[in-house]
Ligand binder design. Structure first.
Ligand code: GLU
Length: 454
């Protein structure tokens, strides 16, 4: 155990954006790396958006990614409540402290934070009025990622609005103090708020935590930050699309961090061991769904066949392809052939549908290509008796029979394969053909060949 306390402080909106997930993951990784604690604090001050459903999406996304929190909603903890909407008493108490220290005042119905320093007035072109400014000492932030950042606040700012609601800067800092947060790991978009936050920490007489502002995630192409409308931006979509959580988590860890040895596929234990601030990049990260898909297929290929079947069956059942009548043995035989080609569990329907249903679609492009090389129906008509006469439908015996037939016809052994594959699967590619035929079985294969000719 260490005394590191980090927090993920989302404001639930109903979506679990990749950027939020990355902030959550980096905090979680830092806590696990240091043996500290990972706190989940819900910044639910926007009553319109921060609904119960929005919270459910967030918690379920975090659980799916395996980001367990040591304190927070449902977990409890000594520093609760963990919802800002339930912490008014804490905010009142801290506001009182500022008042007692002479660091806040009321103006126009709102409560303002008072900066320390010499005051002067200046004409503001935008507001078309004289405004009061303050020569406050510059705030120096030694950011664990950005390095030394210097910024000065030059105007008092509102901490409690006219409607009585405290503003983000105030509650965020109060909670970080009250919850004993030692490191603030958050998106770079908050760097511009940090001088205000440091001023508040100081006004409470508290040394600010160590800040680590992590780079933005840019959308797949073009400039600009990834938004929830961009394709691939929501964690919950990956869950529905049948991605593996471990692969998604591995990919997200690389958005702004690298293990410094060019590796991309790392187990979560390795990431926990290697993760630290020096590995976080200063430059922006760019989202790349192809890379995520490639990583996902690597993870899928590595699953043992039992786990693969366990994950695949409900997917195939959902698409109506696989009912209870499909035996575990048959499913396993099919998936053993298809697993190496699977990019996501979602792609299985397309990849192996013909193993379960006789009504598959013939690929037009592949059919046209085949027709250019001869008459596939005639080829099948010749092969049908060869296969029909076989006593065994094992891959080896079929291979031998087809080779013999090819030799007789003065053809290369693989010459008939494309027509055969088309007739039984409707496709131009797929798993090795002999094992494919063996798994499909004699009855299905012969019936499909007959059908194809007709
Ligand atoms: N609720 C803020 C956000 O979602 C938290 C910022 C912080 O981590 O300090 O951006």
């Amino acid at each position: 155990m260490s005394d590191v306390r980090v927090r993920f402080a989302p404001s639930p909106t109903g979506f679990f954006h990749i950027g939020s997930a990355r902030t959550a993951l980096f905090n979680w990784l830092y806590a696990r790396h240091t043996g500290g604690r990972f706190i989940l604090r819900i910044e639910d001050t926007d009553k319109q958006r921060n609904t119960e459903e929005a919270l459910r999406v967030l918690l379920s996304g975090m659980r799916w990614l395996g980001l367990d929190w040591d304190e927070g909603p449902e977990a409890g903890g000594d520093y609760g409540p963990y919802f800002q909407s339930e912490r008014q008493a804490v905010y009142d108490e801290y506001l009182e402290r500022l008042r007692a220290a002479g660091r806040c005042y009321e103006k126009d119905g709102a409560i303002w934070f008072r900066l320390e320093g010499e005051r002067y007035t200046e004409y503001d072109d935008f507001k078309k009025a004289e405004v009061e400014k303050v020569k406050a000492a510059p705030v120096i932030i030694n950011d664990a990622v950005r390095g030394r950042v210097e910024r000065s606040e030059e105007m008092d700012f509102v901490i409690v609005r006219k409607d009585g609601n405290p503003v983000f800067h105030f509650v965020n800092v109060v909670d970080d103090i009250a919850m004993g947060i030692t490191h603030v790991i958050r998106g770079e978009d908050h760097l511009s708020n940090t001088s205000k936050h440091v001023e508040l920490f100081r006004a409470f007489g508290v040394e600010p935590p160590l800040f680590a502002h992590i780079p933005l995630i840019l959308k797949e192409s073009g400039p600009g930050k990834m938004s929830k409308r961009d394709k691939g931006a929501l964690v919950e979509d990956y869950e529905t699309r049948g991605f593996l959580a471990a692969a998604v988590r591995n990919y997200i860890s690389l958005l702004g961090w690298n293990p410094k040895d060019d590796r991309e596929k790392l187990s979560i234990d390795e990431i926990v061991e290697l993760f630290d601030f020096p590995g976080i990049n200063k430059g922006n990260a760019r989202f790349d769904e192809r890379k995520l898909s490639a990583l996902n297929s690597e993870y899928l290929r590595e699953l043992d066949i039992g786990s693969f079947c366990f994950l695949a069956r409900p997917r195939l059942a959902e698409s109506g392809l696989v009912g209870e009548e499909v035996s575990e043995d048959y499913l396993q035989a099919v998936l053993t052939l298809c697993q190496p080609k699977a990019r996501s569990l979602d792609s299985l329907e397309e990849l192996c549908g013909y193993f379960f249903s006789d009504t598959f679609i013939f690929d037009e492009k592949a059919s046209a290509k085949l027709a250019k090389k001869g008459d596939p129906k005639a080829t099948i008509a010749e092969l049908l008796p060869v296969l029909e006469s076989l006593a065994s439908f094992e891959a080896e015996s079929m291979q031998a029979a087809l080779e013999k037939h090819a030799e007789m016809k003065g053809e290369k052994p693989f010459a008939f394969f494309p027509a055969l594959r088309m007739a039984v699967s409707g496709k131009g590619g797929g798993p090795d053909l002999m094992p494919l035929l063996a798994v499909l079985g004699r009855e299905r294969v012969l019936a499909r060949l007959q059908n194809y000719m007709a």
